[in-house]
Design a binder for this molecule. Structure first.
Ligand SMILES: NC(=O)C1=CN([C@@H]2O[C@H](COP(=O)(O)OP(=O)(O)OC[C@H]3O[C@@H](n4cnc5c(N)ncnc54)[C@H](O)[C@@H]3O)[C@@H](O)[C@H]2O)C=CC1
Ligand SMILES: CC(C)CC(=O)C(=O)O
Ligand SMILES: [Mg+2]
Length: 367
């Protein structure tokens, strides 16, 4: 990224809209990035690339080499979502969009997926849980992203097709690096870490727990607890304010964070940042929501909030990130929301919400 003499940025984004609602929510995110850049005096450029079902259809590969190079040549990656019923409903498909997602994460070295969960001020009523239960909930899920059951080999079927297997593998090194990140994150927050595993049953979980226990003394200022994943699944919605930083393996983190979106009120509200070795990538936690594709009804806020994380984590520009969050808070207060959040008020379209948030950012100084 270039900085001019006034410390204004000129950065380059790899833009991977993907499938389903991906292009619709990405268009809103880019409006917001443009509004923030205009407001703060930055410049940016985008290079689009294919990933997922659209990439299979175009070139037969869900994560083409060209896409990988585009990601490596950019300052950061913005990703929408991928996946299509065409492949979900065909168990015999030779190539799957999700293979592209896994390959992208692995080859970009994105081993840590940060998924913040919180309730916007005054928006507790969006959650189907009791308002007093979710008020003040604000925790960070740290999901290991490049190992575990989604990556372990062997994976497949027996010759007669009647037995299937997946393999869960974790090395000490993989566990240590994600735990280090989680401990440090806890130190920068409320100093509480919940390590979620299934150590009563799984060998990989027992290694996770052992490594975490060995590291604990180095982070004596952090209160560390261990929780089995089934219990965590219950506690997350029974008592979400219990948590500060929660760290767990790939599969558990995937499932628990979709569940945790109930605390915020919609899956369409949860952003994420994937960080690691070669670059960083910002994406909503939800998928391609194919039922909504092309209808201009999906909530773009998870994608828009992912751009706030882009400014904070990749561009070291916290004020810009804060500005996006304030705009999102304002849109919720003004009830400019898509149908997943509209209760008794008219639903706005995906593009209306994007326009409103971008306009709010542009006009902020007038308030
Ligand atoms: N990171 C990614 O690209 C991911 C891709 N997928 C893929 O997405 C496809 C659909 O999977 P699903 O299990 O249906 O998950 P999904 O996350 O796409 O949708 C599940 C439900 O969440 C709600 N939802 C999701 N996004 C929303 C939004 N922006 N606004 C409002 N409501 C929203 C809808 O009620 C939807 O039916 C599959 O092909 C799957 O493999 C799933 C998860 C992550
Ligand atoms: C489609 C999966 C591989 C990914 C997923 O559900 C996620 O990253 O949240
Ligand atoms: Mg998921």
């Amino acid at each position: 990224m270039k900085l001019n003499k006034d410390k204004k940025m000129n950065f380059k984004l790899a833009v991977l809209a993907g499938d389903g609602i991906g292009p619709e929510i990405m268009a809103q995110a880019l409006k917001v990035v443009q509004a923030v850049c205009t407001r703060f005096g930055h410049e940016f450029s985008c290079e689009e690339a294919l990933v997922g079902a659209c990439a299979i259809d175009a070139v037969g590969d869900p994560y083409p080499k060209e896409t990988h190079h585009t990601c490596l040549n950019a300052d950061a990656v913005l990703f929408g979502a991928l996946g299509s019923p065409k492949y979900d409903n065909n168990p015999n498909a030779k190539v799957r969009p999700e293979q592209g997602l896994l390959k992208m994460r692995k080859s970009l070295g994105l081993y840590a997926n940060l998924r913040p969960v919180s309730v916007f001020e005054g928006m507790e009523h969006h959650s189907p849980l009791k308002e007093e239960r979710v008020r003040g909930a604000d925790f960070m899920c740290v999901r290991e992203l490049t190992s575990g059951l989604y990556f372990g080999k062997p994976q497949g079927r027996s010759e007669d097709g009647n037995t299937a297997y997946d393999t869960c593998i974790y090395t000490r090194e993989e566990i240590e690096r994600i735990l280090k990140l989680a401990f440090e994150l806890a130190q920068s927050r409320r100093k509480k870490l919940t390590v979620v595993d299934k150590a009563n049953v799984l060998a990989t979980s027992r290694l996770w727990r052992q490594v975490a226990q060995e590291m604990e003394p180095r982070y004596a200022d952090v209160e560390t607890e261990y929780m089995f994943v089934d219990n965590a699944a219950m506690k997350l919605i029974q008592n979400p304010t219990h948590f500060d930083v929660l760290v767990t393996e790939n599969l558990f983190g995937d499932i628990l964070t979709d569940e945790a979106s109930v605390v915020s009120g919609s899956l369409g509200l949860l952003p994420s940042a994937s960080i690691g070795v070669h670059t960083s990538l910002f994406e909503p936690i939800h998928g391609s929501y194919p039922q909504a594709a092309g209808k201009n009804i999906a909530n773009p806020l998870a994608m828009i909030l992912s751009t706030a994380m882009l400014f904070e984590y990749a561009l070291d520009a916290p004020e810009e990130g804060r500005c996006i969050r304030e705009a999102v808070q304002a849109s919720l207060e003004a009830k400019v929301v898509t149908e997943d959040l509209a209760e008794g008020t008219p639903a706005y379209s995906t593009s209306d919400v994007g326009d409103w948030v971008a306009r709010w950012i542009a006009k902020k100084e007038e308030r």
